[in-house]
Design a protein around this ligand. Structure first.
Ligand SMILES: Cc1cc2nc3c(=O)[nH]c(=O)nc-3n(C[C@H](O)[C@H](O)[C@H](O)COP(=O)(O)OP(=O)(O)OC[C@H]3O[C@@H](n4cnc5c(N)ncnc54)[C@H](O)[C@@H]3O)c2cc1C
Length: 341
């Protein structure tokens, strides 16, 4: 059986890795126009924190979203507990605070269900950082530094998959594959003519500040998240904005807000600034099998795109679900074939 995974961000690489874990002798090809540092996934801060608005098409009860979150949490923790060094997989435990002066946006029922600690900040804790913080939460979670984790996933599958660098214009170009996994993020806007896919532009600083061990969030999309070697300072959330250039006004705003929250960041060394377009999909992540007719042939495409600002958080769980979609579809076809003989 021949599989093609389109896309090599965290969703594409996690899919290929899960496919090979479930079907070790599978014939897997990855087709992608960008790899590694050129993907959106590579620059993500990588904190394991789902947004309350994250949803999946057809998931009316929220059960799928919950399963993806739990499966992802279990996967990342299992990697952490393995004998492999954190410098390889890029996953580490972090704790920190979320503060707000406007309304209590610091609660997160989805996350508090899976992490070991999630509680309100005490009166004393609300005074840790400068600002008039009225609400706050403290929690323990993980950071999956994508720069490291993408390399880790690549190392797991290299030598076991074929890789082609090319831009796909139509799934019909992939007629020789039995199943296609579409993990193209924002690219699905054009590849699937899906107008519900919209970028949410995010700009960040990556700085050297090894003394920062905790994460901090506050109003106006301000966040400080320590990764393996650098700390990510953010950010922006600009809907339907395609600008991949660093905007000096955004830079000034991010720097001001981050250093107000943690003044000692003024001593940090700036490594780089980065812009990424979060692949948001209005109506939720599209995770389903589509049969595309191509003459007498039928292309089986399993979509998995539109994770917005939470693709690192949900990658392992959503990719496990895609591979399960393949297994169930294939079992159905096999049963049909058996019933005819
Ligand atoms: C500033 C910022 C901070 C973030 N922080 C976090 C965070 O802390 N936690 C979190 O969970 N998430 C975070 N995210 C979100 C996360 O980065 C995304 O949800 C995730 O990267 C989406 O992964 P993906 O594999 O779908 O997309 P991508 O990484 O964009 O990968 C898509 C792949 O498809 C390929 N492709 C697209 N179209 C085609 C085509 N036509 N032909 C061939 N190949 C194609 C691309 O080349 C690429 O390889 C952040 C995002 C940004 C921008």
């Amino acid at each position: 059986m021949k599989f093609c995974v389109v896309g090599s961000g965290i969703i594409g690489l996690s899919t290929a890795s899960e496919l090979l874990a479930q079907y070790p002798s599978a014939d897997v090809t990855i087709v992608s126009d960008k790899f590694g540092e050129d993907t959106t996934s590579n620059g993500a801060a990588g904190i394991f924190r789902p947004g309350g608005g994250f949803s999946v098409v057809g998931d009316t009860t929220g059960a799928i979203r919950k399963t993806w979150l739990k499966d992802s949490w279990d996967y990342y923790n299992a990697v952490c507990a393995s004998s492999e060094a954190p410098s390889l997989h890029g996953i580490k435990s972090v704790s920190g605070y979320m503060f707000s002066s406007e309304s209590d946006l610091t609660k997160n029922d989805l996350l508090s269900d899976v992490v070991p600690t999630y509680r309100s900040a005490t009166e004393d804790e609300l005074k840790i950082c400068p600002g008039d913080w009225k609400y706050g939460s403290y929690f323990l979670t993980l950071v999956v530094d994508s720069q490291f984790h993408l390399k880790y996933l690549r190392a797991k599958i290299d030598g076991r998959v074929k890789i082609y660098q090319t831009k796909l214009n139509n799934f019909k170009e992939l007629g020789k594959y039995d199943y296609i996994f579409n993990c193209t993020g924002l690219g699905s806007k054009w590849l699937c003519a899906d107008d519900k896919v919209v970028p949410i532009r995010g700009q960040v600083y990556k700085v050297k500040a090894p003394w920062i061990k905790m994460f901090f969030y506050s109003n106006s999309d301000t966040y400080i998240i320590p990764g393996m070697n650098t700390v990510t300072l953010g950010g922006t959330r600009q809907f339907d904005n395609y600008n991949l250039q660093v905007d000096p006004h955004d830079s000034a705003g991010i720097w001001e807000r981050a250093t107000q929250l943690l003044p000692n960041l003024k001593r940090s060394d700036i490594v780089r600034e980065w812009v990424g377009l979060r692949p948001y999909r209005d109506g939720g992540v599209r995770s389903e099998l589509e049969i595309i007719k191509d003459g007498s042939k039928q292309l089986k495409v399993i979509h998995n795109y539109g994770h917005g600002g939470y693709g690192v958080t949900f990658a392992p769980g959503s990719c496990k679900y895609s591979v399960k979609t393949f297994t169930e579809s294939h079992r159905g076809i096999w049963k049909l074939w058996r019933s005819k003989i």
